[in-house]
Design a protein around this ligand. Structure first.
Ligand SMILES: Nc1ncnc2c1ncn2[C@@H]1O[C@H](COP(=O)(O)OP(=O)(O)OP(=O)(O)O)[C@@H](O)[C@H]1O
Length: 272
């Protein structure tokens, strides 16, 4: 993030990241050619306004990762169109992406991994120390710059991956089950970090998970997909309090738990 980023939540319409709107028109994706094809997802129509935190939930194999890959520009739709900020997405250029495993360079330090991302993002070298410090502070990793990747925990590695994905100033943040491999407590802490960071930066986010609990905690909107090939089974706005909220209180609230049960039921019946 640049030093001009604020640490307060601002309305979407006033934030420079508003360019991150996503639009899927009748999108279908099929893998393979000839007789050996798999229709992975679709048809899906979806509009994600700038600043929204959309969570995609659904049974294993319903096409969640495929949808995310289409939005990132890693795959081209077989039918229909995908637009990010009004144009076709460019792989590596449109969105910061966080995967299930951190995919860091293991022989580099934390600092080396972040600096590489800043270099790819085209940030001038003179700005790296400040930008690096800002990024690491955002994910609670101050003081770890000189540590090697193998010397930090799995949760810390995923924090580095999040900081790296935020290094480029693109307005879209895509996360594909980023906490699935972490223990419950680390997972909750990282959910809190992501909730805070996205509120602070105003980026549009699309997050894939199997967990109704995670979806309700993070999303401003949840889309549940049917079983494969996934189509939209439920499109649910979430209006739980955001900003400076007590995470424990939120997780224990009646509203949170009603939504969690509702989403869990929807996922189950959409998979049937
Ligand atoms: N590269 C590929 N080549 C062929 N088929 C694929 C490929 N990637 C995914 N598929 C198939 O497409 C379908 C959707 O897969 P996808 O990974 O998008 O689902 P998912 O909902 O993310 O699953 P999970 O929750 O298990 O990660 C599945 O049937 C899968 O086997």
């Amino acid at each position: 993030m640049s030093s001009s980023d604020t640490t307060t939540t601002v309305p979407d319409t006033e934030h420079p990241a508003r360019a991150g709107a996503v639009r899927l028109d009748r999108v279908t994706h099929r893998y393979g050619r000839g007789g050996e094809t798999v229709t992975a997802v679709g048809p899906v129509d979806l509009t994600v306004p700038a600043g929204e935190f959309l969570v995609l939930v659904g049974a294993s194999g319903c096409g969640k990762s495929t949808l995310l890959r289409l939005i990132a520009g890693f795959e081209q739709p077989t039918h229909g169109s995908v637009q990010v900020s009004g144009a076709a997405p460019r792989p590596g250029g449109t969105a910061g992406v966080v995967f299930q495993t951190p995919r860091l360079f293991p022989w580099r330090t934390v600092r080396g991994n972040i600096d590489l991302a800043l270099r790819y993002a085209g940030v001038e070298r003179a700005q790296w120390p400040l930008r690096r410090a800002e990024l690491l502070a955002r994910v609670g990793l101050e003081g770890t710059e000189r540590r090697r990747v193998w010397e930090i925990s799995g949760g810390q590695q995923q924090r580095v991956a999040i900081a790296r994905a935020l290094a480029a100033e693109n307005p879209l943040f895509l996360l594909d089950e980023p906490f699935a491999a972490l223990d419950a407590l680390t997972r909750e802490r990282l959910q809190e970090d992501v909730r805070r960071v996205t509120a602070q930066t105003g980026r549009t986010s699309v997050f894939v998970t199997h967990s109704a609990d995670e979806a309700v905690f993070l999303g401003t909107r949840i889309v549940v997909l049917t079983k494969s090939p996934g189509t939209v089974a439920l499109d649910l706005p979430i209006d739980l309090p955001r900003g400076d909220v007590d995470a424990e209180e939120l997780r224990e609230s009646k509203e949170f738990n009603e939504l969690r049960v509702r989403v869990a039921h929807a996922v189950k019946s959409a998979a049937a």
